[in-house]
Design a protein around this ligand. Structure first.
Ligand code: ZN
Length: 170
């Protein structure tokens, strides 16, 4: 009667793949077994308790792999579906639904699109001369620049939403 490879008890009536040793050599020169980083597996006779322990470990590893696989699958699914949602034409079409109105930049230097309705707002980008923007809201704060008083308009320029001073819009 064989003894259990893992714990040494007699009555090792089960056959399982288990740790069989470590190599101190590298993968291209496996010279000896002993302490080392490389683990080897082989089929050995084991007792019922050890067979159960090995089976439980395999089940946990299996579930773990499935879970990791699912997380990776979800990550890629979200990545690709959100990148298709980022498509510029669909975003532009959606944001123009706020208002049917458009306006053109009348300043030959272009017009700064800001994150807030006021000249202290951060410049997101400069809309070039004669470019058309979609008007979302005309009721931004009023501001006087170079003697001219006009409202800030909330606009959409090619998918970027910000504020333009309407004194240079037509
Ligand atoms: Zn055992």
């Amino acid at each position: 009667m064989a003894t259990c490879y893992r714990c040494g008890v007699p009555n090792a009536n089960y056959r399982r793949t288990t740790y069989t040793g470590y190599s101190s050599g590298t993968w291209w020169s496996k010279r000896s077994y002993g302490a080392g980083s490389r683990t080897y597996y082989g089929v050995r006779s084991v007792c019922q308790d050890c067979a159960r322990t090995i089976d439980r470990g395999n089940t946990i590893r299996f579930i773990f792999k499935i879970a990791i696989g699912a997380i990776i699958a979800i990550f890629f699914f979200n990545h690709f579906s959100s990148s298709s949602r980022r498509d510029s034409s669909s975003k532009k079409a959606a944001s123009y639904q706020y208002s049917g109105q458009t306006a053109k930049v009348a300043s030959t230097k272009g017009l700064n699109l800001r994150d807030q309705p006021g000249s202290s707002g951060t410049v997101l980008l400069t809309v070039p001369y004669n470019e058309t923007v979609g008007v979302i809201d005309k009721n931004g704060d009023s501001e006087t620049i170079a003697g001219k008083t006009a409202n800030w308009y909330k606009v959409d320029y090619k998918g970027t939403i910000g504020w333009l001073w309407s004194g240079y819009l037509q």
